[in-house]
Design a protein around this ligand. Structure first.
Ligand code: CMC
Length: 429
């Protein structure tokens, strides 16, 4: 079989090479097509466009498979921690004991935000959305670490270990501080001897004279949530990070842009939207049936359902769904929202509308219920997604920065606006 595709455009034939990925995915390489034929390809929303070659994460959406650096998500969820998985995603290999220790120490050294940055929080209104603060302050880190943020990929890569640790560690600190600011509570500073997740919970919930010590079940659940969000190939925010990185922007600027892209309800903002939806259903006294009927007519959207890539059960949702039950049982908590969520899922999975469109629960469907139980406020849910996604953004920035023949990302468009207009002076319009 020829390893090329032949495209006939208005009776003229063009040959395009075929690229095959390590999992057998095939792509028609159309990079030369415009030069040869004058035609671009059109794919609004990039649903069928491979924007890069990457060796970080593999998804088979039809089969419901997700692997980080070749390791199945199920195995990592069972055996690994967020920090170990972050190392795997960023550096490509599972760390040895010494490597993970050095990585954890580097995270601990970088946990506190620069002193002067503390004043920034005070400038924001108390009701500010923490995603706005997060993106603003992550970008501001480039002012405090100018040696890591030169906008010269070679120089930025020379300091990569340190800048990656600063981004990964401080995203969590900024998140916790923005919460404390919103509540007008004193800041709680990171402690060197606490692990990543425990340190975050400490900064969120400890008080000056009373240390919050989380139940092991709580730390375990949060570790799992972060791990399951750690990367997801070319989603909206990661593509944004790569887009910004392709202009040779530094890591802080690139991942800050990722935070902005994540904020929207069709992406990371869905976890907040799910809880708002479940609460509204509960308040209406509906068991979910009316909502499903409305979703089928397009009047409502079943948040936490559907995915651009998964046309099968999102493997992360399967793991989180089970964890949700376990956490509730072990903490002895009951939440009517969980019953509504389970009922919605049961009904949707038997309904032709959802079956024919291959709409299944995604990662956001159950994650909010766990976060609610462990005390994370709803407007912080998307921030939690951002903390979890940081390793993936960092790894993708690195991949772009290290690309030997990297080019700026710059799609084409089909112009459909007015043409050939003649300027009319203002007093004659
Ligand atoms: N509820 C009801 N109908 C839906 C839903 C939903 N959640 N999702 C898709 N559909 C329908 C959609 O209306 C369309 O119907 P029709 O063919 O009759 O026009 C069909 O299913 C195909 O949907 P689409 O809009 O082409 O799907 P997409 O790939 O453009 O969008 C999505 C994917 C995730 C944005 C969308 O499914 C959605 O809005 N889901 C709810 C928001 C959500 O949960 N987002 C989190 C995604 S996972 C976490 C992450 O990585 O961000």
């Amino acid at each position: 079989m020829a390893n090329e595709a032949r495209i006939i455009v208005e009776d003229k034939e063009y040959t395009c090479p075929i690229i095959t990925g390590t999992e057998g995915e095939k792509a028609v390489d159309i990079r030369a097509l415009r030069g040869d034929s004058g035609y671009v390809t059109f794919d609004e929303g990039y649903a069928n466009t491979g924007s890069c070659q990457s060796n970080i994460t593999f998804i088979d959406g039809e089969k419901g498979i997700l692997r980080y650096r070749g390791y199945p998500i199920e195995e990592l969820a069972e055996h690994s921690t967020f920090v170990e998985t972050a190392y795997l995603i960023i550096y490509g290999e599972l760390p040895t004991c010494e490597q993970v220790e050095a990585f954890s120490s580097r995270l601990a050294r970088n946990a506190a935000v620069p002193n002067d940055m503390e004043h920034f929080f005070e400038g924001y209104p108390a009701k500010s959305h923490p995603m706005a603060i997060l993106s603003g302050l992550i970008n501001s880190l480039s002012c405090f670490y100018p040696q890591y943020a030169t906008n010269n990929h070679q120089e930025d890569l020379a300091n990569f270990d340190e800048v990656a640790a600063a981004a990964l560690s401080q995203v969590r600190t900024i998140a916790a501080m923005s919460y404390r600011m919103s509540q007008r509570l004193p800041y709680i500073y990171p402690k060197k001897d606490l692990r990543y997740v425990e340190n975050f919970l400490h900064m969120m919930f400890s008080e000056p004279y009373s240390e919050y010590i989380p139940e092991p079940e709580v730390s375990k659940a949060l570790n799992l949530i972060l791990l399951l969000h750690a990367d997801h190939e070319q989603n909206c925010s990661t593509s944004t990070v790569r887009m910004v990185a392709s202009s040779e922007a530094n890591l802080f600027a690139s991942v800050a842009a990722g935070v902005c892209a994540l904020w929207g309800p069709l992406h990371g903002g869905a976890n907040m939207a799910v809880i708002n939806m479940l609460e509204a259903i509960h308040a209406d006294g509906d068991d979910g049936s009316t909502f499903i009927a409305d979703a089928k007519t397009g009047r409502k959207k079943l948040m936490g359902f559907g995915h651009r890539v998964y046309k099968n059960y999102d493997p992360r949702a399967k793991i989180i769904g089970k964890a949700c039950e376990r956490v509730m049982n072990n903490l002895g908590v009951e939440d009517p929202l969980l019953d509504i969520a389970k009922h919605l899922e049961e009904v949707a999975l038997q309904d032709d509308y959802f079956i024919s469109r291959k709409l299944y629960p995604n990662v956001d469907f159950y994650s909010g219920i766990i976060m609610r139980v462990i005390g994370i406020p709803i407007n912080m849910f998307t921030v939690m997604f951002g903390i979890g996604r940081m390793p993936g953004w960092i790894a993708n920035w690195k991949e772009v920065a290290e690309h030997p023949n990297g080019r700026i990302y710059r799609p084409r468009q089909i112009y459909v606006g007015e043409n050939q207009r003649k300027y009319v002076p203002r007093d004659q319009r």
